[in-house]
Design a protein around this ligand. Sequence first.
Ligand SMILES: [Zn+2]
Length: 473
Amino acid sequence: MSIASSSHATVRAVLGSLFHTPEYGSFELLERALLELDDAGFIERVTLPGDAGYDERVAAARAADELDPGSLLELTDGRYGLPGFVDLHVHAPQWPQAGVALDEPLDVWLDQRTFPLEARFSDPFFAHGVSLDLAETFLSRGTTTALYFGSAHLEGSWELARACTEAGQRAVVGKVVMDDPAANHDFYRDASPEQALADTEEFLGRVAGLDRELRAGDPRFAGVYAAVTPRFIPSCTDEVLSGLGKMAAEHGAYIQSHCNEGEWEHGVAPERYGVSDARALADFGLLGPRSVMAHCTYMDEADTELFRETGTAVAHCPISNAYFANSACPVRRMREHGVKIGLGTDVSGGFSPSLYDNIRQAVMASRMLEDGVDALVPIERRGAGRPSRISVAEALYLATKGGAEALSLPVGSFEVGRAFDMQVVDVRRPYADLTGFDVFTEPGDVLARILYLATPDNIRQVWVQGRQVIDRG
Ligand SMILES: [Zn+2]
């Protein structure tokens, strides 16, 4: 893997065959499309063969490329562009733990492995190294935007924000708040509610400053944003929860947390407040159009309506759910109700840094939810009792435009006005050939094979807002 240097020519136009999902439920193949980009790396025109002026525009882009080599990116045969993915839920400090101890129950997993590991983010050098490796790994898997939990440390989370900008990944980053001494280890928590709020305020200011500075120096800088990040209700005091809600409103900041995750977690709020986890978060001012809540597997009708009404988005983490949620997320029910949903890896409750793996699991989990899994239960009572399955194209939407909607960012498809975030998939790699002997060549079949079978080796180039960040030839 190599991170391309900024010495590359500025790409002004892209010519190639591109898959995307502008609408939920279907996909489009833009064959031999010409995208023209503005100075800031946004798509300003899409021209297709047969459109007026197509031949002239392609000729002009080629002529410009003669003068300024690299200004036209032309995808050769066997290569397809897909929108960069948006990962809505990641714990950056847990990256070294991916795949570790997943046979343990959640409390053992957290207490013996996760919290001691996250505590190591007190060392800025360690924090920076882990964060940079994770951001680069994500980019190499096609993930161009990510919403991250940092650690409970101000400096460690700051290193994460800086590392994402160095890797060239668009990022929304939060300093985690977990201040309740009764619920957290002394070796890893905020010193007090006051300190947690002060550190969060400082973090919001620093990240906004970093974004301003980098944006001023590079029109194609993809952006770094801060999120107010209470870990979840069980680890926070009421004082900090209401303080964070107010602070997010004052700054117009993103908010992220966990909601209605598993049997234990979703039971805490009813015991403490007499209302659901979702209702309690809303009462603290933590649900709204800038909020993304991870998991949301235990969503009754009232919770679902609350999410729709407040514009709160769900980060669906299907691999993690199989380990820690004790249930499958009702994606289809929530989508039909008008709730915004995208996908998250939940590194490292989810072991994989790839949204391809999560697209696959999202489809499989939805089918298991619909049909049920225990053959000893009669079939009519085995499943969820309502249509629950989603298609692989719908899962692609979740990984791209669904994530874009959740974060209100103009990314996730090849439409005019969106940032040019693209992964180039080569279907003809040795040992990872996706052509299938050219037996099934309909666009839907080609896309399905890419989504189900692509490996990291198939992803040859990645672009974030018109800047190349991965170049494997
Ligand atoms: Zn999580």
